[in-house]
Design a protein around this ligand. Sequence first.
Ligand code: FES
Ligand SMILES: [Fe+2]
Length: 422
Amino acid sequence: MLSHEKNAILTQSGPDAPMGKFMRAFWTPAMTAAEVPAADEPPVRLQLLNERLVVFRDSAGRVGVLEENCPHRGASLFFGRNEEGGIRCVYHGWKFDVDGGCMDMPTEPAGSRMCQNVKAKAYPARLAGGLLWVYMGSASPAPELPAFEFIGLPGDQIYASRWHQECNYAQAMEGELDSAHVGFLHRMVNHTSEDNQALTGKYFKEDTAPSWKILPTEAGFLACNGRRVDGDKRYWRLNQFLLPFYTMIPPRPGDAQLVRMWVPMTDERCWVICVTFRPDRALGAEELAAWRNGDNSHRKVIPGTTTPTERKDNDYLIDRQEQKTISFTGIKGIRAQDAMVTESAGPIADRTREHLGSSDIAVVAMRRTLIEQAGKCAASGETPVAVTKPALYRVRATQAVLPQDMPVETADEIIRPARAAA
Ligand code: FES
Ligand SMILES: [Fe+2]
């Protein structure tokens, strides 16, 4: 459990909250590159870390991320006109460039210097790895982007998607770090199913109470969970937690690598951004089609929106008959199943009332790491180490079947790619 005070620190990401300040020291993934409007197209709205923003691309193709409210009297720039190198507020015609500089102030008399003195709040933005990244911190220049393995890969080797979830980011992320749920929540009850073999296969069922070992890294930790399998062996999965809100789980053999990002939108909603990628070759047509349809790595959304088709207000389209005969939940899609359990705890779970068991060790480690790091940065004003070492993000989640008593930290084949460049 967590006290009310610590729960507030963990879950609040506004500009004045300790966690909000901590997160702002990092670049924030905001949307997929495909969602960024083309040059001179109308702006789109973006809520990030409890701030309301607009995103647009000017005539030269530069991306601008501005506070949504016009610095004059607060009208929304979402309704503005994106014209000739900047966005013009339609209330009184003030116009701003991608850096927030005022380009025109037609309501002021000729010769007025006011235009030079008024700026729209603008954040540095970059397109990389199929995503738009926004820097909302105070360092100037902004730090380097985290050196995730997918950044810099050709476009045909990366697929990114984004959807929103109706709960706090930490709660949504807890569902990914807690490996013990996999053998239940995602279980198929018709034992002939192909999914049953592949996803919750026999290892997850053979040992439903994995042992845990948390190995700290400079950017978070490795959540190692090991199941006793095949008599005298142990199936180890090394999940990554990377500050402030990234997770990686090992893909099935042959599947694409993946990174998930649990980004606060408000304190009661979050973005989930998923990047699947192949470091060595182009993605296949079949896997792309499956992801677009919301298969296990990604979530099915209403086209052109970030709204999932199976969601809270339609009870995730639960089918009680299927729950009896096909799957443990009767809900289609692994990601929808995950969202159902994390959202159904409420927008911000009351962590004073929970009863944590040994399967929650990674969840506890994540909360502790974030709260400690946020507190440390708030007290010292120092830049988090992970921000200054982008290469810490060039890691993978790994897995292997090892001799049962072999300490996982000595298994070089899975430790090395989890700790250094893959
Ligand atoms: S409120 Fe935007 S120009 Fe007046
Ligand atoms: Fe899950």
